[in-house]
Design a protein around this ligand. Structure first.
Ligand SMILES: Cc1cc2nc3c(=O)[nH]c(=O)nc-3n(C[C@H](O)[C@H](O)[C@H](O)COP(=O)(O)OP(=O)(O)OC[C@H]3O[C@@H](n4cnc5c(N)ncnc54)[C@H](O)[C@@H]3O)c2cc1C
Length: 301
């Protein structure tokens, strides 16, 4: 029986493991090694690790956390969690079972990309989801911004800070008002309301966007807004409340609405969705877990 089982070994889960290990709490971190940012060559914006690959980032983080004797890690997907005599019993796909006093959900998000030919091969190489993560690499390049949600106008304005050559695409779903389109065009931004037929290029490098009306516009990279959903439904199965955006609701120390269950990182809707913010939220959840365990161990006064 361990103090805390952590589901997910991204920056949130690994950061929590490190802090809990230093607090001399026994931890088992279970991870199925499918991080959301796996498609990228380099993660950016994490102080001291700017440009490091996601795999190297995790290797370094695992090494640090595992240097504490009470921290263990295991590869595997957690498929069920049951309450059992005041504990949580987790079971992985391969049948491994573990019992823990507390549970930290740090399972990130899964993304669903629009079904456009070429996008999957280019996502993470020349098409990205976040300009703060990859905008620098596309500075001054001819870029495209695609979104079917209401953030398109805001995204277009933001992207002008990285390049003056921006093509904005609604992908046929009209999320720009006529007034917004006029304002963008007055500033030299191209706007297309036609559906995209394909992203054309090779080796992950975008060369042009082809529209359903046959128009071809040369571009060398850009940004899309994928749909995102929780990496696991385990929180819902345990009865944790979720907010309107689908994230597990937490207090400032990662406590969910279910006693003993904590959440951190993208699972808990930390915003903006960034490595450093996920890591910080894992650290805060570890403070919550460690503090609550100390209270329970001390007992009533
Ligand atoms: C293409 C792309 C590029 C990005 N680039 C950057 C960047 O440059 N800089 C930046 O700051 N941010 C970047 N991000 C955002 C960043 O990756 C996330 O904000 C961050 O990884 C969230 O960390 P997390 O720990 O919450 O989740 P994740 O890093 O997604 O980790 C969750 C882990 O939980 C595991 N998991 C899920 N379910 C289970 C289960 N049932 N059992 C066991 N394990 C499970 C997953 O396999 C995964 O390993 C990028 C995101 C994307 C999609």
């Amino acid at each position: 029986m361990i103090d805390c089982a952590i589901v997910g070994g991204g920056p949130a889960g690994l950061s929590a493991a490190l802090v809990l290990g230093r607090a001399r709490r026994s931890v088992l971190l279970l991870d199925d090694h499918k991080p959301r940012n796996a498609v990228t060559q380099a993660g950016h914006g994490y102080l001291t690790r700017d440009g490091v690959s996601p795999a190297e980032f995790r290797r370094l983080a695992r090494e640090e956390a595992e240097s504490y004797p009470t921290v263990r890690m295991r590869q595997g997907r957690v498929v069920t969690i049951e309450r059992y005599a005041g504990l949580f019993r987790l079971r992985t796909e391969s049948g491994h079972a573990v019992e823990a006093r507390t549970l930290l959900l740090a399972a990130g998000l899964k993304e669903q990309l629009p079904d456009v030919p070429g996008l999957r091969e280019m996502y993470g190489s020349s098409l990205f989801n976040c300009p703060y993560c990859d905008g620098w690499e596309l500075r001054d390049a001819p870029i495209v911004a695609v979104s079917t949600s209401s953030n398109l106008f805001q995204q277009a304005k933001l992207l002008l800070g990285w390049s003056r050559d921006v093509l904005v695409c609604t992908h046929g779903q009209g999320q720009l008002t006529a007034q917004q389109q006029q304002a963008l065009e007055a500033r030299g931004v191209k706007v297309s309301r036609t559906r995209i037929a394909a992203f054309e290029g090779s080796g992950g490098k975008l060369k042009a966007v082809r529209f359903e009306d046959g128009t071809l516009i040369a571009r060398s990279g850009g940004f899309i807004t994928p749909e995102a959903m929780l990496g696991t439904q385990l929180g819902a199965q345990l009865g944790c409340a979720h907010d309107a955006g689908g994230a597990v609701m937490v207090d400032p120390y990662g406590r969910t609405t279910v006693p003993g269950v904590y959440a951190a990182g993208d699972t808990a809707g930390t915003s903006p969705s960034q490595l450093v913010i996920a890591a910080a939220s894992g650290s805060r959840a570890a403070f919550g877990i460690s503090g609550d365990l100390a209270e329970a161990d001390f007992g009533p006064v």
